[in-house]
Design a binder for this molecule. Structure first.
Ligand code: GLU
Length: 303
């Protein structure tokens, strides 16, 4: 497969969309990112990595981290997490409080903020330091020892984190957090602030395309666990636009308000695209268009 030619064609096709949408404003440190950035990378299961545009420029992973924290908790703790968080699409914005009250403090899925806070809480209990565990995991999986937290983004989010704090306190009132709210929030903000490039994320997510195997052949997850993460990414990974994402792209995917989207083609490759302009539901406009065109050109959707 000529990935280089393919990605160049995708980049040309989406050029008119680059810069469309709004850069996330509610985390002030993210608002200053240049909306005209665009990069895309593909990591084949055979280890080849190809990219075009700004594919080596680090950006804030934000909610993409939620797919990796779920992987870590499933790896270390098996299926227990599903007693505390569901796995159904929410149909509501990622930071909605309403549903949580109706459903007695059990978040709909691990990829809305409330669900991710529960996963971070569990990772904190299991490891004693959820965010450092996550950073080290991502360094190892991406093969990039220089990955780091963005302190300004973490601080900005903590300062403007009233909504996430409300979600966390609310779940604590239902007994669905084991650690203090402040500890859980702090580790959650740190994990979201990690900076990675499209290259780093495509390589780090390789185990999802390899049915749980790392690039060196060692096993991180069972095929069943990798299947489960991909399934939750497909149904819940792109906020309340998961239906539209399945319709247009037809792949498991996880997006973040930093403008990145990781998508998995099981058995073949992991992709990451980045462009900071977001649509009204928080997904990268050019990123969605790029993945849409990629699966149209290749016919590699899971459907
Ligand atoms: N750190 C962001 C928040 O909690 C993540 C949002 C996102 O990327 O969906 O609001």
């Amino acid at each position: 497969m000529d990935y280089q030619g393919l990605l160049e064609e995708v980049a040309t096709h989406v050029a008119p969309h680059i810069g469309q949408g709004e850069v996330a404003q509610y985390i002030p440190a993210l608002a200053s990112v240049d909306p005209r950035r665009f990069g895309i990378a593909v990591a084949d299961v055979d280890g080849t990595v190809t990219g075009v545009g700004d594919w080596e420029v680090p950006f804030s992973v934000q909610s993409i981290s939620k797919a990796f924290s779920l992987a870590l908790v499933l790896e270390q703790d098996g299926e227990r997490i599903w007693r505390r968080v569901g796995r159904e699409p929410s149909g509501n914005p990622f930071n909605s409080l309403v549903q949580l009250e109706y459903e007695n403090g059990i978040p709909r899925n691990p990829f809305i903020n409330a669900g991710a806070l529960v996963v971070t809480d569990r990772l904190q209990t299991l490891t004693g330091d959820a965010s450092t565990t996550m950073l080290e995991f991502l360094r190892a999986e991406s093969g990039n020892p220089d990955l780091a937290f963005d302190q300004a983004v973490a601080a900005s989010e903590s300062e403007h984190g009233d909504r996430n704090a409300a979600l966390a306190h609310f779940m604590a009132s239902y007994g669905n957090l084991d650690n203090p709210v402040t500890t859980v929030l702090e580790h959650y903000f740190w994990q979201c602030s990690i900076e990675m490039s499209c290259r780093d994320l495509a390589v780090a997510g390789g185990f999802l395309a390899r049915h749980g195997l790392r690039a060196d052949g060692s096993r991180l997850l069972s095929p069943r666990q990798a299947k489960r993460i991909n399934a939750v990414m497909l149904t819940c990974g792109t906020y309340d636009a998961a239906g539209d994402f399945a319709y247009r792209v037809g792949l498991p995917g996880k997006s973040g308000v930093g403008g990145g989207i990781v998508a998995v083609i099981p058995g073949r490759c992991t992709l990451c695209v980045w462009s900071p302009g977001l649509d009204a539901r928080g997904n990268s406009v050019a990123g969605m268009a790029a993945l849409d065109h990629f699966t149209t050109l290749t016919g590699w959707s899971v459907f």
